[in-house]
Design a protein around this ligand. Structure first.
Ligand code: GDP
Length: 290
């Protein structure tokens, strides 16, 4: 695989070309993992685990260490079921996250992604307080070739837009409903109440298949805290990590997954319509090390 921006490859290269594993190897490995935003706890655990493994195998060959690092990351990533659960009809996907993380862009890309699997899609613009957000979503819906249900007026109750979107899907036999939500962090209490209400209203009509929390890879540990706030209130079932392109923070993906216990289900890797992929743990683990 070509080297990705989040790859530790460059940071680790010096370490793996040395003739032998020595004390600076461990220091350099620790620095590389911290720099990539694995966070101090996971970094320490990985380094300890690898030290023990290297000792057990009695090796001093950095190439062995590279292979062991890849295996360790693969094992950690493989603990999570990262597949999207979209079997209900309609399958309702609620998308949550704070403003600026790339939520609207993600919904646009996700609609296209689903169209690629021949699924019919309707998006619901339930971020009703920002007219610009509705317009932005409408532009994405058009680009992706999917239907949109928009509020009839600015400030309309978001839950009622969600309701109408599911109603639309039922009437038209649309397979997947993707509902955008507001992300105003400065009124966190209000935001969480609003999400609870949207969920309650939706669940009267149809089970919610996925609640996807969108997080920006460049926000580091702050993003982990954001995630924890949403987990308490929004019933999150999957994470979407955006802005991995150009970011050297690939470790964030593992950090946030292990801290929250919620699997990463999609990766955003650019601003274009095709820059969203499913999350395949062993492929990502390999791309981190190579
Ligand atoms: P929202 O406020 O959460 O709905 O965020 P937007 O969807 O409006 O995105 C905020 C900014 O992030 C925009 O400039 C997007 O083009 C950009 N963006 C979103 N996803 C990605 C991504 O995966 N990579 C990059 N580089 N930029 C992204």
């Amino acid at each position: 695989m070509a080297e990705r921006s989040w790859s530790l490859g460059r940071a680790l290269r010096g370490l793996f070309v040395k003739p032998t594993i020595d004390e600076t190897t461990w220091e350099d490995l620790e620095t590389a993992l911290i720099t990539a935003d694995f966070g101090p706890d996971i970094t320490e655990r990985i380094v300890d685990e690898l030290r023990a493994k290297v000792e057990r195998y009695g090796t001093t060959d950095p190439a062995d260490l590279q292979r062991m690092l890849k295996e360790t990351l693969e094992e950690r990533f493989a603990k999570f079921d990262t597949t999207l659960k979209l079997t209900e009809r309609p399958a309702v996907v609620l998308v949550v996250g704070v403003n600026g993380v790339g939520k609207t862009t993600t919904i646009g890309k996700f609609a296209k992604f689903l169209r690629g699997y021949q699924r019919s899609v309707v998006v619901g613009a339930a971020d009703t307080f920002r007219a610009a957000a509705v317009e932005q979503l409408a532009t994405w819906a058009q680009r992706s070739g999917v239907a949109i249900v928009r509020p009839e007026r600015e400030g309309q109750d978001p839950a009622s837009v969600a309701f109408q979107t599911i109603d639309y899907a039922k009437q038209h036999g649309t397979e997947i409903v993707v509902v955008d939500t507001a992300g105003r962090l400065h009124t966190k209490g209000g935001l969480m109440d609003e999400l609870t209400k949207i969920r309650r209203v939706i669940e009267k009509q149809a089970p919610i298949s996925e609640v996807l929390l969108v997080l920006d890879a460049t926000t580091g540990q702050n993003g982990v805290m954001q995630a924890e706030a949403f987990l308490e209130h929004a019933g999150v079932t999957g994470l979407v990590i955006t802005k991995l392109d150009g970011s050297a923070k690939g470790g964030f993906v593992l950090a946030v997954q292990e801290r929250t216990g919620i699997p990463v289900k999609l990766l955003g890797q650019g601003e274009g319509i095709d820059d969203l992929t499913g999350f395949t743990p062993h492929v990502f683990a390999a791309s981190l090390v190579e």
